[in-house]
Design a protein around this ligand. Sequence first.
Ligand code: ADP
Ligand code: MG
Length: 580
Amino acid sequence: MTAETFEFQVEASRLLRMMVHSIYSNKDVFLRELVSNASDALDKLRIEALRDDSLGADVSDLHIEIETDKDARTLTVRDNGIGMSREEVVGLIGTIAKSGTAEFVRKLEEAQKAGEAGNPASAEALIGQFGVGFYSAFMVADEVTLLTRRAGEESGTRWTSTGEGTYTIETVDDAPQGTSVILKLKPEDTDDRLFDYTAPWKIREIVKRYSDFITWPIRLVEAGAEEGAKSEDGDGGSGDGGKPEPEAINSRKALWARPRGEVSDEEYHELYRHISHDWTDPLETIRVQAEGTFEYQALLFLPARPPQGVLSQDRRGVQLYVKRVLIMEECEELVPTYLRFVKGVVDAQDLSLNISREILQQDRHIQLMRRRLAKKVLSTLKEMRTARPEKYADFWREFGAVVKEGLINDPDNRDAILAASSFASTHDAERTTTLQEYVERMKEGQEHIYYLTGPSRSAVESSPHMEAFRDKGLEVLVLTDPVDEVWVDAVPDFQGKKLLSIAKGEAELGNEEEKERAREERERQREEYAGLLEWMTERLGDEVKEVRLSSRLTVSPACVVSDSDDMTPGLRSMLRAMGQ
Ligand code: ADP
Ligand code: MG
C-alpha cells in the first residue's frame, strides 16, 4: 500500500509546532501520557470484550510494553489494547476536535511571546500543567510512528509524522492488534544522560514516578540486551517461545486499597490526572472504606475547577471497578447528579463483572453506596469550610451552584447539603455565610431568614427592597445563581426559621411594638393617600394587581413587588428562558 500524506488541522499543527520546539525541562511527562493512553486502550478492550464475546480479541495477557533500543535510538510504547481504526487515527490523532484547544494554544503562544521578553518559564509551565496527551511525544522525538490495529478488524494502520505540518497514513496487513508508538528520539536528548530515554533506569524511574498505580503490567524490554532474549514481534505474545515475560516495573498496587499513610499526595494526584485528564491538582482527596456485607473502597476527588481546555469535552466521572478490574469508565449511578463534578474510583467486591447499567440502577447495594458517598462528600465539604476555608471558597465559587441543585432533588440529604453550603450575604461582602451563622447573628425578635434573589450582587444590593433592611441592620442573603430561585421554595425552613424573600408580600420588620406603631401609621397614611392610590390603580390598569403604600422604602419613591406566592422576577425570566 502506498502512503498518503495529510495536513494537520490548523490548531493541531500549531500545538505540535510548540511541542517540537519545546525547551520544557520536564519532558519526562511524555511517557506518562503514552502509558496513560495505552492503559485506557487496555481498559476499553477489556470492557468491550466483557460486553461482546464475538469480538475475538485475545484478552489473556493484556499489558503495556516499553522497549528501549540504544543503537537505533528509539523508544517504543506498545499495548495490546483496543487499537484504532484508520478513521479513528485520522480523527483522534490528526485533529484536535476538543473544545478549548484553540484557547490553550493562544495562551501558550502568548506565554511564549512573553517568554521571549524575559520570562521563559511561563510557556513551559503551561505545557507542564496541561496534559497535552499524545502530542507530547514530539517533545522528545523528531519522528513518531504509530502502528495500530483495532480489535476485530483485519488490517491495521501506520501513521508517521515529524510533527511539522503533515503526517502520512498507510494501511498495513500485518499489524498486531493494539497500538505501538515508536519514537525516534532527538539526538540531543540521548547525549544528555538525564534525558536518555533509552536508558532502562530512566524509564523505570519515570514509570515509578508517574504510572506506578496503573493496573496493567508495564514491562520493560531492552532491544539486543541479551542475545535472542526477546522474539522480534514481542507483541500480544503470551509466552511465545516459552520465555517468561519480564517482570512488571510498576507495582500495580491499587492506591485505594493501600493504607492512607503509605500513599503520598503526589501519587493520589497522578491517579486523579489519569482518571480525569485534568492537569490541575484536585482540591481534596476523599477515601471511603466500607466493610461488612457489601464491601467496597472508594477514592474520590474534588476538582479545582470545571473541565476546560484541551481535554474538556468528555465528562469523566467515577469509574467502577470490581475487584481491581475496571468495568465501567463513567458510572453515573455512583454519585447523585448534583455531585457530578466528583471524580474517582469505586472498587466493589461483590458485583458481577458484566453487570449492566439497568441492573446497577436498581441494585440496592449501589443505592446504599451512592447515599453513603454523597454523605461523605457533603461532610467533607462542611469540614473543608472550617479547616481549609480558602480551598472551600475556591470550590464553592466553581461548584456551589451545582451542589445547591441537591436541595431540590435530594430531600433526604437536605440538612447535609445546607450544612455544606454557603451564601453571599449583606453581613460581609468578602465572605460567604452558612445558614447556621446567619441564625446565630439574627436580631432579637427576628423570626425569618431573609433573602433576595437577583442576577448579580450589585443588582440585589441596589434593589429598593433592600433599603429598609439595610436601615434596620437586618442581614439579607444575596442569592444570585439561577438555581437559587428554585431551591428556596423547596426548603421550607432552617432550624424552624422560614426563608423569606424580601421581594414578596409585606416584609415584617421590627418587634411587636414597632410593628403595631407601623400598622397605625400605615392606616393613617392609607386614608391620607386613598385618593392618590385610587388614581394610580386606575392609570396603571392591568399592569398591576394593586397599588399600596409601603413602609419598606426609605429612598426610592416606588417599587414593584410580587404577592407572597407569586414568582420572583428572576424565576419568571428563568422559566421564560426555558420556554415555559
Ligand atoms: P486523551 O487521552 O486525553 O483523549 P490523547 O492526545 O492522549 O488525549 O489521545 C487522543 C486519543 O487518541 C485518545 O482519546 C484515544 O482515543 C486515541 N489513542 C491514543 N493512544 C491510543 C492507544 N495507545 N490505543 C488506542 N487509542 C489511542
Ligand atoms: Mg491521553
